[in-house]
Design a protein around this ligand. Structure first.
Ligand code: MG
Ligand code: MG
Length: 276
């Protein structure tokens, strides 16, 4: 009861799997493959609707100074799916990047974050808080990215130095010349920069000194291994020392235990983010 079209389609799917598995190999069609392709297509269709249906939510994870004072937060994007509930960003961010939907979504995050800074402006308890926003490579390399950020700031915010953009090492290294130009232009209007997931990428010292960075953010994989893997603890200490010597702030993300926090403080890292 299979049509000629179905059979060709199945062969195509199997071939695609073989290519994904590194080519020069073979795969048989399995209905499970079709099911996962259908699920992905359905998720993509839902993702296209999510912005206009206002299904995205921003969560603010506090960043805390060693004396317990909250000094800011990182904006974390969540998708409240009408059927499935909260969809993990690990699932929908790669999809948003592949489909280009990351651009309107990223724009929305930026504007919403700037509006939040504006709201914080009117309260003495919150008016000094910084807000960190993750930026994807596609978004950053838009020719008018600098303009987009300054627009969002103009609409919402008086005190522009409270917006911090988190960039990753791989983003920065994609086109280092363009990155430096854009970062300097944004720095001019007061925007700050943090190097996210630091230590997991290429971590080249040569570029670190060329970029107008304010902060290194130690990746949570190293923090998790404090007290577990001696090497990772050494990496943490090295990053802290590097940041201090380069005159940058250093923040640890994924801090979940008092032991991790104490280790970080002992070695000179005084800003923390995470479930603890
Ligand atoms: Mg981040
Ligand atoms: Mg991170």
């Amino acid at each position: 009861n299979q049509s000629q079209d179905d059979i060709l389609k199945h062969a195509d799917i199997a071939m695609y799997q073989a290519k994904t598995a590194g080519r020069n190999t073979l795969r048989f069609f399995d209905p499970q493959m079709q099911a996962s392709i259908n699920a992905r297509a359905a998720l993509e269709a839902d993702l296209r609707l999510a912005l206009q249906e206002k299904q995205f939510k921003l969560y603010y994870q506090p960043q805390v100074y060693h004396n317990g004072q909250t000094i800011g937060a990182e904006v974390l994007l969540r998708w409240q799916h009408p059927e499935f509930g909260l969809v993990s960003p690990l699932e929908f961010i790669p999809l948003a990047e592949e489909t280009g939907l990351i651009l309107p979504i990223g724009q929305w995050v930026l504007e919403t974050a700037c509006n939040q800074i504006k709201v914080w402006d009117s309260n003495v308890q919150t008016q000094n808080l910084h807000l960190s926003v993750n930026v994807s490579a596609k978004q950053f390399y838009q020719p008018d990215f600098v303009e987009q950020v300054s627009q969002a700031l103009r609409h919402g915010v008086i005190n522009t130095d409270r917006l911090k953009l988190e960039l990753t090492e791989s983003l920065v290294l994609d086109d280092i010349a363009d990155t430096i130009l854009k970062m300097n232009a944004l720095r001019e209007i007061g925007v700050r920069f943090s190097m996210d997931d630091f230590g997991t990428g290429h971590s080249s010292l040569a570029y670190l000194t060329k970029l107008p960075l304010d902060q290194l953010k130690i990746d949570q994989s190293f923090i998790r291994n404090i007290g577990v893997k001696a090497n990772d603890a050494v990496i943490v200490q090295t990053i802290i020392g590097m940041a201090n010597n380069l005159g940058m702030d250093v923040i640890a993300e994924g801090v979940e235990t008092e032991a991790q926090r104490a280790f970080l403080e002992k070695h000179g890292c005084r800003i923390y983010q995470g479930y603890l």
